[in-house]
Design a protein around this ligand. Structure first.
Ligand SMILES: [Zn+2]
Ligand SMILES: [Zn+2]
Length: 357
């Protein structure tokens, strides 16, 4: 089978890998769709933090749906032909954290398996454990299902931040996680959602997915103060991973408010301790999602209780993956979520454009 493998800094190649049968307790999927994640871009662009930690093998891809083509011995609840979405970090199920329903903090490795320590889904096929497979209803959309993982991340950020409908919410950054945070907030009956984003195309996307106010970063504080009698937002979510994004969240947050750190970045952020204390700010750093939150996210999408289709901008073949990474590189791309498909109908290096406006 074909797979796209990371071979160095900004270097990706198509490789041929053996088609192995699933081992006991595993299921093999033909990849439906796999989203290109910001953390994978980060890895590609030379920082390679996960690889440096020995956590990454060459084939990435952890945001995927697929059809079951084979099951190993002992698999009971997953059958050939079913559409599933894969949880890349389902946890071991037995450690202290997993028993407490906090699989994202599993002692076996909080960064998950598939696409990190185990071969991921930028490939025609991927093998996962039965525990990682969430079976979807028959009429679920395989393409939208691939957004389950980042949607679970966005929802977890709001849940950990204690978000309640009625609160004024600020989101810094309208990349896929920012957009999915808007969708998650709307699904939690949120209405006052202010998004700050420097790129015009992404601002348009934020309006499409239901943000009530979308501004350039320079207008954020004034807008938020105008909406809150000069008080600020009860909760803000940084979905940019950039110091400037976090700083704008701190500036826009009311006294006693919460600043949620959901964007992964590699630059340090200078924390103003005095100001944080005087304003009694709570900083909440978030990682991934619990196993139950992943299932909830999968069902919200599969049962069409949320519409994530506007977040997807393009579908590329496995062969088109290196080119997609090159185009997404630099973080200045107006592209939304790009999906890699294991579907052979796509042919070589073909790509389909969606949501280009
Ligand atoms: Zn991801
Ligand atoms: Zn565990």
């Amino acid at each position: 089978m074909k797979a796209a493998a990371l071979t160095g800094s900004r270097a990706m190649e198509i490789v041929e890998l053996p088609d192995a049968e699933p081992a006991a307790g595993e299921v093999r999927l033909r990849v439906g769709y796999c989203g290109i994640c910001g953390s994978d871009m980060h890895e590609y662009e030379s920082a390679q933090p996960f690889r440096a930690m020995g956590l990454l093998q060459p084939v990435m891809g952890h945001e995927f749906s697929g059809w079951v083509v084979a099951v190993g011995d002992g698999v009971r609840d997953v059958r050939v032909g079913q559409l599933v979405v894969g949880n890349p970090g389902p946890g071991c199920g037995t450690c202290t954290y997993c028993r407490a329903g906090r699989e994202n903090l599993c002692r076996e490795g909080s960064l998950g398996g598939t696409g990190y320590t185990k071969p991921g889904a930028y490939a025609e096929y991927v093998t996962i454990t039965e525990r990682a497979a969430v079976v979807l209803p028959e009429d679920a959309d395989a393409r939208e299902a691939a957004l389950t993982e980042p949607f679970a991340v966005a929802r977890h950020a709001l849940i950990q931040g204690g978000y309640r409908p009625g609160e004024l919410l600020v989101i810094a950054g309208a990349g896929p996680i920012g957009l999915l945070t808007v969708i998650a907030a709307r699904s939690m009956c949120g209405e006052r959602i202010v998004v700050s984003e420097p790129l015009a195309g992404r601002r348009a996307a934020a309006v499409e997915v239901g943000a009530s106010h979308v501004v350039e970063p320079g207008e954020l504080v004034q807008t938020v103060y105008g909406l809150s009698e000069g008080v600020g937002a009860e909760i803000s979510v940084d979905a940019s991973g950039l110091p400037v994004g976090i700083a704008s969240c701190v500036d826009a947050t009311a006294r006693g408010g919460r600043v949620v750190l959901a964007g992964v970045g590699d630059q340090p952020f200078p924390l103003d301790i005095t100001r944080s204390i005087i304003n009694e700010l709570t900083y909440v750093a978030v990682l991934g999602y619990s196993r139950q939150e992943f299932i909830d996210a999968a069902m919200l999408i599969a049962e069409r209780k949320v519409d994530v289709s506007a977040v997807i901008s393009e579908v590329v073949s496995v062969e088109g993956t290196p080119d997609a990474f090159a185009r997404l590189s630099g973080g200045r791309s107006e592209l939304r979520k790009v999906l890699v498909t294991g579907d052979p109908q796509m042919g070589t290096d073909g790509h389909r454009i969606l949501n280009r406006r």
